[in-house]
Design a protein around this ligand. Structure first.
Ligand SMILES: O=C(O)CC1=CCC(=O)O1
Length: 260
């Protein structure tokens, strides 16, 4: 396993360097870097990837103190520095997409393009996140997992046996890491800054997404100066898991187009 020391603890990273087109992947709340497992092998030969487990996710350590989305963006930039990735297409899902938007604002020179999957500049009202934090504190992740899973997956994926494995991952998530990340989401709204993101973007949504419904994703695409929109018919919130072939095809065609 590859590791990067940060001031809050050890961060798990996964770097596959073939030298070519550079892609950085940022996963969603409660998942880990395995959410890109079915995407990375489908990338064209010679493309390179960097992914990481966020603080308190996967096998990365949990930060002892609270943090905001800019801190999580700083972790991604530090991983890029460590891996020698000067510029990349940043691919983020949900909170990963919110982090990607922050990276585009904080370090635009590091971003050649953005793939913003099932995300928004504000991921739902703060009240909802505070209720979720209360629920996790009171009942634990195991008790919350069944209620959250339909926010992750559309009906087709929920019916597949692998959905149970993702549920297990969520039920076993580190409580403090999950709560701190929910708190970071709750305090974030960069809606008024979307016009400053001038890199080309591909915005992806899903008709069955309950967490960032189609109209939310459409609004993001409409507010970004240079965005294209792809809306999948069959997926929910995590199309990289639910439909990796279609997801990768959309990503590759976008990256090839902006690289010309
Ligand atoms: O857990 C959810 O509701 C889905 C989600 C919201 C932000 C994120 O990253 O995942």
């Amino acid at each position: 396993m590859q590791v990067l020391q940060r001031d809050w603890g050890m961060m798990h990273i996964d770097r596959r360097n073939s030298g070519g087109t550079q892609l950085v992947f940022i996963n969603s709340l409660g998942t880990d870097l395995r959410m890109w497992d079915a995407v990375i092998p489908r990338l064209p030969e010679g493309w390179s990837s960097l992914r990481m487990d966020k603080r308190g996710h996967g096998v990365s350590e949990t930060a002892p103190q609270g943090y905001g989305i800019p801190d999580l963006a700083g972790d991604v930039l530090a991983a890029m520095d460590h891996a020698g990735v000067e510029r990349a297409v940043i691919v983020g899902c949900s909170i990963g997409g919110l982090i990607a938007q922050h990276i585009a604002l904080m370090a635009p020179e590091r971003v050649t393009g953005l793939v913003l999957s099932n995300t928004a500049p504000m991921l739902g009202p703060a009240d909802g996140w505070h209720s979720r934090i209360d629920g996790v504190r009171l009942n634990g992740m195991g008790a919350m997992a069944d209620g959250i899973l339909p926010r992750w997956f559309g009906p087709a994926m929920l019916a597949r046996p692998e959905a149970r494995l993702w549920r297990t991952l969520l039920a076993r998530a580190d409580t403090e890491g999950y709560i701190a990340t929910c708190a970071a989401i709750a305090g974030t709204d960069i809606s008024t800054r979307l016009g400053e993101i001038t890199q080309p973007a591909l915005v992806i949504g899903g008709q069955h997404d309950q967490a960032t419904p189609p109209e939310v994703v459409q609004a993001l695409a409409g507010a970004l100066p240079r965005a294209d929109l792809v809306m999948f018919e069959e997926t929910g919130h995590l199309p990289a898991i639910e439909a990796p072939e279609a997801f990768t095809a959309a990503l590759v065609s976008f990256v090839e187009r902006i690289s010309q």
